[in-house]
Design a protein around this ligand. Structure first.
Ligand SMILES: O=C(O)c1ccc[n+]([C@@H]2O[C@H](COP(=O)([O-])O)[C@@H](O)[C@H]2O)c1
Ligand SMILES: Cc1cc2nc[nH]c2cc1C
Length: 353
């Protein structure tokens, strides 16, 4: 199914269901609203999925891995080989995202959508490579428009397959040395913030590399002049394959009525692309956390999302998404397992106050 086909499938949320869910929450044995954003999460899940009494959903975090030609400009603290090495770590279950996914009872699904290394057939690696890394976008477009569309469609198809398997909650994750540079370029364009306001230290670069990174992004944007009203143009000129895959997962998730829990800065940049391509998918997004990466606040503001957590995370992989998934699951357990005032024989508030 193409992205254009999916656009027509994204349904606007049913606000009547939001009210019905809130009425149930208000009958539970607690002062109304006292579980704060957990109540909001449960009611939103009901509204988005159309299920008034949902089961606790099976959750899957998709960690999209890809490489970036822009690393030739010295924009990361780590060498490009780390992307492929971390893919193997994910597959062995030893990375941060694996640990937090186990904690949240979520599955990690690792997707090679553009790693520079050709992997042998490895159990559980989802092979969707569009190309062995992007081009260096200081000098040429990161990818062709056709590649951008194929990467988006690969992500969207994964979401649709997940829906058919009965997955009821999706998480986004990324692995790609150099991808905070691509994400900052997208963030600057799509939030209209100056490059220096949305460019951070990524894996931990020093002051000199940070100012070089800012200059590289400014030069690339001046060279390509991507059109911020054309998300595919932005993605193709300065994006990355994992960013495209995540954007596709979001669009496909929304089309299948599955809420999508976003990870950090890279997932935020991907969400800007997804919303640019399909504005209606914004409703299906849940921001797990606000990353240390300095552009993430502006990205979330532009998306109109309030992060659930602010834990000074900056790992990526889907680690924050796992924590967010745990909160959605907690919210749905409250919604479905807490006793009502009637069931528990607890007195509701009288009129005396
Ligand atoms: O998720 C985030 O907010 C985040 C912030 C900083 C770095 N990262 C991770 O670090 C890698 C990119 O950093 P860099 O410095 O190579 O651009 C990539 O694999 C990301 O998953 C992730
Ligand atoms: C070790 C390492 C793990 C990561 N996970 C996501 N990005 C990463 C970058 C590095 C360098």
């Amino acid at each position: 199914m193409t992205i254009d086909d999916l656009l027509s499938l994204i349904q606007p949320p049913d606000h009547g269901l939001l009210e019905q869910a809130q009425r149930r929450l208000d009958r539970l044995t607690k002062p109304p609203g006292s579980l704060g954003r957990l109540e909001e999460l449960a009611a939103c899940y009901v509204m988005l999925t159309g299920k008034l009494m949902p089961n606790i959903p099976r959750a899957a975090v998709y960690t999209f891995a890809a490489d970036h030609g822009i690393v030739q400009e010295g924009v990361s603290a780590y060498p490009i080989e780390v992307t492929a090495q971390m893919v193997l770590n994910f597959l062995r279950g030893g990375a941060g995202v694996n640990v937090l996914a186990r904690h949240a009872d979520a599955e990690v699904r690792v997707v090679d959508i553009g790693v520079a290394v050709e992997f042998p057939a490895l159990p559980h690696l989802i092979r969707r490579k569009i190309a062995p890394g992007t081009k260096n976008f200081l000098h040429e477009p990161a990818m062709t428009r056709e590649q951008a569309i194929r990467a988006l469609e690969a992500g969207a198809t994964l979401a649709q397959e997940a829906a058919r398997e009965g997955i009821g909650l999706l998480g986004t994750g990324d692995m790609g040395i150099g991808n905070t540079t691509a994400s900052a370029a997208i963030a600057a364009l799509m939030t209209s913030e100056p490059v220096e306001a949305v460019t951070g230290r990524g894996t931990g670069i020093d002051d000199r590399r940070l100012s070089d990174k800012i200059r590289v992004i400014e030069a690339a944007l001046a060279f390509h002049r991507p059109n911020p009203d054309d998300a595919l143009d932005v993605l193709a000129k300065v994006g990355g394959f994992e960013i495209a895959g995540i954007a596709g997962l979001i669009v496909g998730g929304a089309a299948a009525r599955i809420p999508v829990v976003l990870d950090g800065f890279i997932s935020g940049a991907a969400a800007l692309i997804a919303v640019g391509v399909a504005p209606a998918c914004r409703d299906y997004l849940i921001a797990s956390h606000r990353s240390v990466e300095c552009g993430h606040g502006a990205v979330l503001k532009r998306l109109g999302l309030a992060p659930l957590l602010d834990l000074y995370l900056r790992l990526g992989e889907g680690t924050g998404a796992c924590l967010g998934i745990g909160l959605v699951q907690a919210a749905l357990k409250i919604y479905s397992q807490m006793a009502t005032f009637d069931e528990a024989g607890v007195s509701e508030r009288g009129t005396q106050c």
